[in-house]
Design a protein around this ligand. Sequence first.
Ligand code: PA5
Length: 418
Amino acid sequence: MIKLDLSRAFCKEQMANYENKIQTIHQMIQNKTGLGNDFLGWLDYANGLDSSFLEKIQSLANKVREECEVLVVIGIGGSYLGARAAIDAINGLFKKDRLEIIYLGNTLSPYYVSQVVEYLKDKKIAVNVVSKSGTTIEPAIAFRFLKPLVEKVWKERAHEFIFATTDQQKGALKPLADSKGYTTFIIPDDVGGRYSVITPVGLFPMACAGLDIKAFIEGVKAAMVTYRQPHNIAYQYALTRYLHFKNKQSVEFFINYEPHLNMFNEWLKQLFGESEGKQNQGLLPASLCFTTDLHSMGQFCQEGHDIFFETTLRLRNYQGDITIPEMENDADHLNYLVNKKISYVNDIAIDSTLKAHCLGHRSNIVIELEKLDEYHLGELFYFFMVSCACSAYLLEVNPFNQPGVEVYKKEMKELLKK
Ligand code: PA5
């Protein structure tokens, strides 16, 4: 269960004034009458997933886990961030089992791309190419590099190890996948990239990485009950963000205390940035990982220009822990911590930072998560997706389009063709 703590958030007194507005937005979301309403498929998506579909994903993933050394997930933006966020969040940042997961098609960096291609040569690889349109240049180029590698290593079995996740009708990948006999997963028409982590876009890579996708979907389903009520904390969080924005605190720092949640912050930045940043509106989503960034950005957070508020994601239970050992002669004067867990020190760091930033008149929203497992992660993704829809509607923008992204894609294609 997610807990929202607004006790250190300024502006909360004004929330009651927006009750009617929130209820109007609630109706717009539930009845699909707001801007971009043909992209609300994610709201009910998990209910339409039958267990045989999840089992099919799982059995294909098991085959990849058994036969391959590396799964390469090719995709950019919403086509990879959710999967990567989930896999890092559950597995941590170090290789956990035989199958390594590598991401490509999310950059045009010549050094990165050439290093990955070199690293993959002669490895037993599987490729999941994820692109709704199938024409996005970064993943399309990446697939050009990897298709021959899969064909070289698997020969006539190559089609068994290429998985295309794409649009049913419009995507340029679908005809190729059909002609070559690749397994295809469909991204529903009414689900946009940044809301697609609960579809095969997220589920297949997660299953390959050993995550329990059934538990993940159970978490999404539980969230569907909670965050579709007329009064819920996803709306409260959205409204608190909006009140800060109105108060000229238009930068939101997403703060975690776990490096393996940094990709989750990247997913959050895309979700809110791409959903709200239009028509000269939108909060600027930024991210920090404490305590690491307290030693680089801590000064700004404590005393810098007051244009931001902080949203801290706090775990009530950690996935791992370790006891602090003794140091001879108490050289660092920290022997009072001997036999204490590092989780104890981290918790004190969180409490102290919240207190210090409060003393500095910094507004802080705290989102508490029971623990970081697949079930709670599913709940967390859905919580933020509902919050984001509500938040964009408060700003009176369409939460589900991204006209600005298309401009760069079009300009680049025109220049490249010259
Ligand atoms: O959220 C979005 O819609 C975008 O980030 C897209 O996912 C991204 O641009 C990739 O597009 P595509 O899946 O068509 O390759």
